[in-house]
Design a protein around this ligand. Structure first.
Ligand SMILES: Nc1ncnc2c1ncn2[C@@H]1O[C@H](COP(=O)(O)OP(=O)(O)OP(=O)(O)O)[C@@H](O)[C@H]1O
Length: 227
């Protein structure tokens, strides 16, 4: 489903170049759950941004279902995001002027789905927020906002879900609930899940763990998937 081939990503600093990814290789099969771990600044978010087609690599290929994202223009990348991707960020990224229901319905509205509000309502119910559909993000707690964000990311049943530190802004107990919800919904939809995390326990919930080390992706061979 996903194949990274000789992926390189550099950022230009004032006097030098920062090589964040250096010939990184990775294959992810359909339906897999994969955690990306590594020290702060190792390039985890950069990698997720590339997988989402939000940035272009310096060189190398990012293939999603056989299509090279690095050869597409911004409009085609936006189409792929709309049709195939669900993205969950650490800081929720909800639209503040829309209600919880409006936020969840948004991806379906954009795709022209005629049942968008009906499906969004069902999804809000699934994340336990049916009673809060008319509330705006500012009226919800961090954990509730992240539940809305997860509902929004999954409502159109994307093939690929990308989550960047989804519990990073939440307390431990709320974070654990959010992770349970994310894995349970992911199991329902059968989507591929790529998750960036600093939390070993969260990483161990995934079928595979891949470590970013000096710009390369190294599979954690000791990780025995036991869920
Ligand atoms: N737009 C940018 N311009 C210049 N440097 C950048 C840019 N984006 C990221 N970087 C640098 O690239 C490196 C990798 O950043 P990235 O955010 O991908 O790391 P990370 O592993 O996700 O870190 P953390 O765990 O702290 O979130 C860092 O040194 C960062 O400062």
């Amino acid at each position: 489903m996903i194949k990274l081939h000789n992926l390189c990503m550099n950022y230009n600093l004032e006097q030098a170049q920062l090589n964040v990814l250096n010939d990184a290789q990775l294959s992810i099969a359909e339906g897999e759950t994969l955690a990306i771990v590594g020290p702060s600044g190792s390039g985890k978010t950069t990698l997720l941004t590339l997988l989402a087609g939000l940035e272009q690599p310096y060189s190398g290929d990012i293939m999603l279902d056989g299509v090279k994202l690095n050869e597409l223009d911004v409009d085609s990348l936006a189409d792929i995001r709309r049709d195939k991707l669900g993205i969950i960020f650490q800081s929720f990224h909800l639209v503040q002027s829309l209600t919880a229901l409006g936020n969840v319905a948004l991806p379906l509205e954009i795709a022209g789905n005629k049942n968008s509000y009906q499906l969004a309502r069902k999804m809000l119910d699934r994340v336990g927020l049916a009673e809060r559909e008319k509330h705006y993000p500012a009226q919800l707690s961090g954990g509730e906002q992240q539940r809305v964000a997860i509902a929004r990311a999954l409502v159109h049943k994307p093939k690929l879900v990308l989550a960047d530190e989804p519990t990073g802004n939440l307390d431990v107990a709320t974070g654990a609930t959010i992770i349970e919800l994310l894995f349970s919904l992911n199991m329902d939809t059968g989507s591929t899940l790529v998750l960036v995390t600093h939390d070993d326990e969260v990483a161990r919930r995934c079928k595979r763990i891949v470590r970013l080390q000096n710009g390369k992706l190294v599979e954690d061979q000791d990780h025995a998937f036991s869920v």
